[in-house]
Design a protein around this ligand. Sequence first.
Ligand SMILES: Nc1ncnc2c1ncn2[C@@H]1O[C@H](COP(=O)(O)OP(=O)(O)OP(=O)(O)O)[C@@H](O)[C@H]1O
Length: 252
Amino acid sequence: MSDDRPAPVLRAEGLVKTHHGEGAPAHAVRGVDLCVRQGEFVAITGPSGAGKSTLLHLLGGLQRPDAGRLWLDGESTDTYGEARWAVERRKRIGIVFQFFNLVSNLSVADNVELPALLAGTPPKQARTEREALLAELGLTGKERSMPGELSGGEQQRVALARALVNHPPLLLADEPAGSLDSKGTREVMRLLSRFHQRGQTIVLVTHDARLASAADRVISFFDGRIADDAELDGGSTPPRRSGISGVLELKD
Ligand SMILES: Nc1ncnc2c1ncn2[C@@H]1O[C@H](COP(=O)(O)OP(=O)(O)OP(=O)(O)O)[C@@H](O)[C@H]1O
């Protein structure tokens, strides 16, 4: 039977990750199978400690699984070491974090251009890409500012520009509004939705149901496992199948 669904950008099978810290081992991810197709906007939501961030780190190659396999654009990552992951991530995966992770002693312009230059983009083209993204994100005029001179919302928009400068097929976002006020949160939601509408594949980790409701598929993560996986109709109506009770309730 033919499959005319969009191609998988990301596929995971049997991912397992246990953290060994000071106390008892934390079984953060206990066996996850996941397929994210081109153009999907997937929110992974669930309570604190459920393992959402660990899962996102595994999907982005920032941590290695203890077991399981991961494919990017159909290509197995089994043989990737740190250096190869860094190269592949630069091309294929943009990542935004809760606390922005901008390079504090580089200007806004340099923060955004750096990944493009590292990926081998000619400087002139990197500048053009940077100018277009900063304009799109309402940051024209801030090029020479240092990250510490910007508001949290502005810093997150710079981080978004940096994540997208190489046109990665996949954008991973780990609590991107977690340190923003309600205005910044609305702005991040609006931007994620806009990029999604233009075809960007997005995987968003959030405990914020309002952010999750911008997605078209919501995965409820609980105790290291996928508890529910529901398509949303247009991103604004309730899921066809209910998730963990309360996860999708919208709060003011
Ligand atoms: N580097 C680490 N070392 C030891 N334990 C860790 C580490 N990272 C995460 N954990 C533990 O793994 C479990 C899952 O953590 P994780 O951050 O993935 O959950 P989460 O759902 O993202 O939580 P939150 O919403 O609070 O960020 C927790 O028990 C956490 O304490």
